[in-house]
Design a protein around this ligand. Structure first.
Ligand code: BTN
Length: 243
């Protein structure tokens, strides 16, 4: 059981993916809230079928929840969980920012990632899994910049505090949706005003990142002044812009 929140904790010495294990339990009818935590994850997954490299000493955990909401609302949960991870990092004095939709950055280096997966029937959410990978001790060497918290933080303590932050933001989201968190999210947003290309399964859009709307959709303004509302996608910077 987690100390601060009293939530059930399932601990594993090694797992393929904490999200997969949380989904397996949910599929068997196990009710949340509960947390799956491992210190070694061998098939960690990120968004867009990317791998997640979880180095020893880093945090890899998934929270299973049953929000009882419609599926459309789940889209903003990655943003909400990202905000919660910045809450935690900021308690340690780390200037963490959120890159839409699910990256937590320090400068341009990735500190953490969030993977939200959900199951629904008749548009109702059956369950939702919020997976969090946070580079606590080690910044993995990858083909992109990465960061880590870098303080001597005990993993158990970090887990407890990160989950507490996520649940605090989750409760706010349950009461008022993403709308009530939007201003704080924007205050911590990375890459606003930046010129980017965003690719998703519908194609690609180039433009300047303006803001996010009340549902968490990214609003990008192209060179013709047309606003595009994006619900998913990978952002690639085109050049550094002043806003
Ligand atoms: C991303 O950056 O695209 C999201 C990365 C999410 C990684 C975490 S680690 C714990 C949980 N289990 C997984 O397999 N993925 C998430």
């Amino acid at each position: 059981m987690l100390k601060t929140t009293g939530i059930d904790l399932f601990t594993y010495s090694v797992l393929g993916s904490t999200n997969d294990e949380a989904k397996r339990l949910a599929g068997q009818g196990t009710r949340g809230p509960l947390v799956i935590w491992t210190t070694r994850q061998v098939r960690g997954r990120g968004r867009a079928r990317k791998n997640w490299i979880g180095m020893p000493g880093n945090l890899m955990a998934s929270l299973l929840l049953h929000p009882g909401r419609v599926l459309a609302e789940a889209g903003s949960m990655a943003l909400v969980a990202g905000l919660a991870v910045t809450d935690y990092a900021r308690t340690l004095g780390v200037d963490a920012r959120i890159k839409w939709p699910n990256d937590v950055l320090v400068g341009d280096a990735k500190l953490a990632g969030v993977l939200v997966e959900a199951s629904s029937g008749n548009d109702e959410l059956n369950w939702m899994v919020i997976g969090i990978g946070l580079n606590l001790a080690v910044a993995p060497v990858l083909g992109r910049q990465t960061a880590c918290i870098g303080y001597e933080v005990k993993l158990e303590v970090a887990l407890d505090q990160v989950i507490e932050s996520v649940l605090r933001r989750y409760r706010q989201w349950l009461c008022g949706g993403f709308l009530v968190l939007r201003d704080e999210w924007l205050e911590r947003a990375a890459w606003l005003g930046r010129s980017v290309r965003i690719r998703n399964r519908l194609g690609a859009v180039e433009g300047i990142i303006r803001t996010v709307d009340a549902n968490g959709a990214l609003i990008v303004c192209d060179s013709a002044g047309v606003e595009h509302f994006l619900f998913s996608g990978e952002i690639v910077p085109l050049e550094v812009q002043c806003c």
